[in-house]
Design a protein around this ligand. Structure first.
Ligand code: GLC
Length: 634
């Protein structure tokens, strides 16, 4: 077909017929598929029209997307179709109190995919129902941003295994009650990706897959309004090519941003997404969602088209892999984070605000910002949920809203500076041992890296370190949605400074919290004489209580204020039953007086201790202590 055969998007009916004809030419159309096509094509068409209405190739690319979706459904393995049906009858499956996520690097935690398979008994012991394997795709040797520079979405990095092994692992995990979660790194590819190589060689089809400019004119114009994301690596948003051209690279210089203004890019990436769906991935972590659309004169973050693109990917999914769910990774202002969460975009989202404010509260011994966030920013649309975590493979960015902090007289900029100093060990009396990440002298901005145990004080020998680790998890495990463990944290894994000796890693301090599986600590997890054993014992207790407490299902939460600034309080409700959570971030004991609790019947039950409590006597919260109590409202 030549370009002259292309025509722009037109009336829905015509485009629908053209798309169906395209799909039918590739093979008989499946009844199930047709049903879902009818339900979702109008939405996809309308999104395509808004995104690509003025492109001559809009209609052709849309037809190709539909053809790919039809073919993908046809080749979707039967067990996955069965899973699709289960999900359709229980679309809120991820809201269950039984949900527990874990995340790890394949090489660091298991050596390779086989090694991960061998860990399945451990994952079951822990109670995982969701396993996020960090990027395991083919990527350049040496620097590759921990696998976030993808050279092929269809090939597993040979040092880890093969795609067939991955599909087998997904099936095995499913049998063990664990859903496989993988990244969809769709904002950029590695510069070694076949598309990038063709673009570099001057193939015009693939040059249009990226944002490549002949000189600095456009880069300069864009950079007037964009932010620097990885300033340690390169200033601005562009990097030079050897031939003098400039290519858009938001993150590392070897990660080239895709040009979604070209519908062929959407079509190509939808194909990669469907391929992954058919390997048995159940949740796709949508990497760097805020950056996928660029527009001159804007910040090029979270533009309306970024949402349209997610909705369009979602519509394709609904046609061809309906059981799969998107999780948003947007580490930005809380309003923007929330904007990606809906059944039409991402049903799941990291909760970076709660994560950051948990650490903020531990540093300040003041829970008010966290309490305010729970009151103001926790509620979500029906059918969606947070992924609540304490640490991840990434840095901690202090993404609270300045306007929220200002209500307590806190200056956002100065507070972030304090938190950075505190968590990088520069503040006097700090318990934290973290490392700065992407310090930007021009803006004074920085983020923090380090493992939970090191940041919470265990590395520094602070006697409250273990309590802080448990307290932070007690919050993440009880605020709803999917709690996500950064594996290693459950055995109090400490920072690993050896990255500084590795030339491929020393430029990225996030490696400090990406150590190899802490074999010794895992071996000692039953030994209560060790920090690993004590933390493991206490966290697994919390996990088992969470998993047998129906009030912890779902996402809804009601604030419960006390008169203590150091106490964060909320209620989780299921029918008539209520669990009250009170968490004390202070170094001192706090007494919650009987009057504060007088809205409840005096007979209550401490779920963690498994003991009755008399609320008429009040509740004593130890320093860095918390309670999960089942109460009866009067
Ligand atoms: C996401 C990942 C991060 C990576 C970046 C670029 O933010 O979590 O680790 O560096 O995307 O892919």
């Amino acid at each position: 077909m030549t370009t002259s055969d292309f025509r722009p998007l037109d009336a829905m009916e015509d485009d629908r017929d053209a798309a169906l004809a395209r799909a039918a030419a590739a093979g008989r159309l499946d009844e199930d598929f047709l049903e879902r096509f009818d339900a979702h094509f109008p939405r996809l068409h309308s999104l395509f029209t808004r995104l690509y209405g003025d492109r001559p190739d809009g209609q052709e690319q849309l037809a190709q997307v539909v053809a790919a979706a039809s073919a993908s459904w046809k080749s979707r393995p039967l067990d996955l179709k069965v899973r699709d049906r289960q999900r359709a009858s229980d679309p809120d499956w991820f809201q269950s109190e039984r949900m527990l996520g874990g995340v790890c690097y394949v090489d660091r935690f298991g050596g390779n995919l086989d090694g991960i398979r061998e860990q399945i008994p451990y994952f079951r012991e822990l109670g995982l129902t969701y396993l996020h394997l960090m990027p395991l795709f083919d990527s350049p040797d040496g620097e590759n941003d921990g696998g976030y520079a993808v050279s092929s979405y269809r090939r597993v990095n040979p040092s880890l295994g093969t795609m067939a092994q991955l599909a087998d692992l997904a099936a095995e995990l499913r049998l063990a009650g664990i859903s496989l979660v993988l990244d969809f790194i769709f904002n950029h590819t590695s510069n070694q990706h076949e598309w990038a190589q063709k673009a570099l060689a001057g193939d015009p089809e693939f040059e249009d897959f990226y944002l490549i400019f002949p000189d600095r004119t456009m880069p300069d114009a864009f950079e007037r309004t964009t932010r620097e994301i990885f300033p340690d690596d390169h200033p601005g948003s562009f990097v030079p090519l050897d031939d003098g051209r400039w290519v858009w690279a938001t993150f590392y210089r070897y990660q080239w941003d895709l040009n979604y203004a070209n519908p062929a890019v959407f079509r190509a990436m939808a194909g990669e997404m469907l391929f992954l769906a058919n390997q048995g991935v159940e949740v796709l972590r949508m990497d760097a969602v805020a950056f996928i659309w660029k527009q001159l004169g804007t910040s090029c973050e979270s533009l309306p088209e970024a949402h349209l693109l997610l909705q369009a990917f979602n519509a394709v999914l609904a046609m061809a892999a309906p059981g799969m769910v998107f999780k948003s990774e947007a580490i930005v202002h809380p309003d923007e984070v929330a904007s990606y969460i809906s059944p039409e975009e991402c049903r799941l989202s990291y909760n970076p605000l709660q994560m950051a404010l948990t650490w903020e509260a531990l540093a300040t011994r003041d829970g008010r910002l966290l309490q305010q966030a729970l009151e103001r920013r926790h509620a979500l649309p029906a059918g969606t949920a947070w992924v609540n975590y304490v640490r991840s493979h990434d840095d901690i960015g202090w993404t609270f809203a300045d306007e929220d902090a200002a209500e307590f007289g806190i200056d956002g900029y100065r507070h972030r500076q304090f938190l950075n100093r505190f968590y990088t060990g520069k503040h006097e009396g700090t318990f934290a041992r973290g490392v700065a990440f992407q310090e930007n002298p021009a803006t004074g901005d920085a983020r923090v890296t380090g493992t939970t145990a090191s940041l919470a004080g265990i590395e520094a020998g602070d006697e409250a370190g273990e309590d802080r680790v448990v307290l932070a998890h007690a919050i993440a495990l009880s605020t709803g949605g999917v709690p996500l463990l950064y594996l290693g944290d459950e055995v109090a894994q400490l920072n690993d400074y050896s990255y500084a000796d590795d030339p491929d890693r020393r430029g990225d301090s996030r490696w400090v919290h990406r150590g190899n599986r802490a074999r010794d600590q895992y071996a000692r997890r039953g030994d209560l004489a060790t920090p690993a054993g004590r933390v493991f014992h206490r966290l697994t207790k919390l996990i088992s209580v969470r998993q047998s407490t129906p009030e912890f299902a779902g996402n809804a939460l009601t604030s419960f204020r006390t008169s203590h600034h150091s106490v964060v309080g909320y209620q989780r409700v299921s029918g008539d039953a209520v669990v009250l959570v009170l968490a004390n971030v202070a170094d001192a004991e706090v007494q919650i007086d009987p009057l504060t609790l007088s809205g409840f019947d005096r007979a209550a039950r401490d779920l963690v201790l498994g003991a009755d409590v008399d609320l008429a006597e009040g509740i004593v919260l130890r320093p860095h202590g918390f309670v999960w109590v089942r109460v009866t409202p009067l």
